[in-house]
Design a protein around this ligand. Sequence first.
Ligand SMILES: Cc1cc2nc3c(=O)[nH]c(=O)nc-3n(C[C@H](O)[C@H](O)[C@H](O)COP(=O)(O)OP(=O)(O)OC[C@H]3O[C@@H](n4cnc5c(N)ncnc54)[C@H](O)[C@@H]3O)c2cc1C
Length: 562
Amino acid sequence: MPNTHRLTTDILIIGGGSAGCMAAIRAKEVAPGLVVTIFEKGDIRRGGTLAMGMDALNVVVIPGVTSEDDYLAAVHLLSEGIYDAPPHRVVARRSLPLVRKLESWGVRFGHNEDGSYVLHQIHPNAPFTVPMHAPDLKVLLAGKVQELGVRVINRTMAVSLLADGDAIVGAIGLDVRSGDLTVCAAKAVILAGGGAARFGLPNSGYLFGTLDFPGNAGDSYALAFRAGAKLTNMEYTSNHAITKDVGLPITSTAIPLGGILVDSRGQPVARGSVGSPGSYFQQSAKVWREHGAHGPLFLSVRHLPEERIKYIENILFSTERPAQRRFLEQRGIDLREQDVELGPTEYKLCSGHGMAGLVVNERAETSLNGLYAAGDAAAIPFQYLTGALVMGEVAAEQAAKMAHGCPAGAVDEQEVAAVAGAIAEAARPRRTAEVSIHEFEYKVRRIINEYVAPPKNEWKLQNAVNWMRRLREELRSIVRLGDAHELSRSLEVGCIIDCAELSATAAAARKESRWGPKHYRTDYPDRDDEHWLKHVVLERSAGNSIAVALAPVSWQAGGVSK
Ligand SMILES: Cc1cc2nc3c(=O)[nH]c(=O)nc-3n(C[C@H](O)[C@H](O)[C@H](O)COP(=O)(O)OP(=O)(O)OC[C@H]3O[C@@H](n4cnc5c(N)ncnc54)[C@H](O)[C@@H]3O)c2cc1C
């Protein structure tokens, strides 16, 4: 059996990324006396999507310029009606105070000469995006976490939530280097482990060559589902256009600043400019059609003035990854003279740029007592970094209230023994098994590309479910594991398999097409609002199978007209 350490805490945060750090900071702000602990799979200093900072907060509602209702109208368009208004209202309402708070910490946002905020438009109806210069935002957040006395346990991957009846009372973490376990009893748990970046296989074939942080392997969704929480929008399989071969974002920065997409004949495909109503999102279906018909597509900024190109380069080569500069230089590409070939990213599940996640309300409460979720783990469609930071704070405020008012739940020792036994079984030396974990993950994700990703149909989705059940068994029997790191990789692959089964099951349930190419079903090619303006909600049922239910969307009461 693995070595097992014991801890108690008031609040346990799983994932020290954007949402997790902000949750820890807020918990200490509102209740400095509480013990707050973070399990972080990597290292909190640079772990997560925010690793190299960000160039903008994509959702900022500035009274007098835009309103909460404008923002809800944007979410309505992007999600095609599949969202609940209350959490979005909270994100909108707290977005400007968030900007002010970050400014007070030294983050620089774009200002016009009259002092107003610079606004870019990436949403379909209005400008909500405020550019920021924050290459070290993650380091700054991590520093604050540590200054405030939060206990950070790096390189510890949560592998199971602990339940007491229908309440979550802690989690078990695995040290990804030593293989030791930490059983952490908590009065409240905040799940902030991001989305499933490692889901579909990138075109490059590199397992870790993903657009989003590759340490996010859908652990949040899998752990929550196994513990009995409800998930929704898992059928929204998202992908984006990026710099081909390197998995780096480019269009989301360059198009709002006047860049255009052109096809292989040099014909413009989608045009956007600062403050114009043109939106990349609205054009997404057209973009992928063109990619198929006259592709590949290219990003072109050659027509822009030098000053604007420099501005774009400055963002692309700093917060949006220094590797972009090296990549373009090595390919001999100067944005003034050449266009950049684009390609689609791998398919992924998240709610920052997508819709998938745990069902949460405006208090970040999940369907399980004592369990809160924030960031890409929680299904608040297109919440971006703003949503992760705001809802991280909200989750912390609620968790702190709960931790003040309740005794610690009882950790069920039988449950702990069962998890430790399963880990010991998984870690059982299998040095002679035939398949490496690397090859196995490749196969799982290739099958996700073939059967879970769009275009979808009943046969493919059912086949995906069958494959995932088979792969789950094979993961236990034919995969070679040499050390604790490979053990953690195999547990991640278990999460990817669970996410694929969840996504295929939800997609099979939604018998229509929606969200352009993201959920395109060849057997139900049309959007059908009459029957499908609903959430598809997944929950574990007896025998560990997936129960599917439909739930109403709750924006009607939120002020968006039908
Ligand atoms: C390329 C890219 C560019 C973006 N640009 C912008 C932008 O300019 N503006 C904007 O508003 N939004 C942007 N976003 C969206 C935004 O960054 C994300 O929505 C947000 O950062 C998600 O935060 P998170 O805390 O949920 O996830 P993360 O910040 O990724 O944190 C998750 C953390 O959980 C850890 N973890 C995972 N599993 C476990 C486990 N089992 N146990 C312990 N720890 C675990 C991971 O190591 C990681 O540190 C961008 C996203 C991407 C991918």
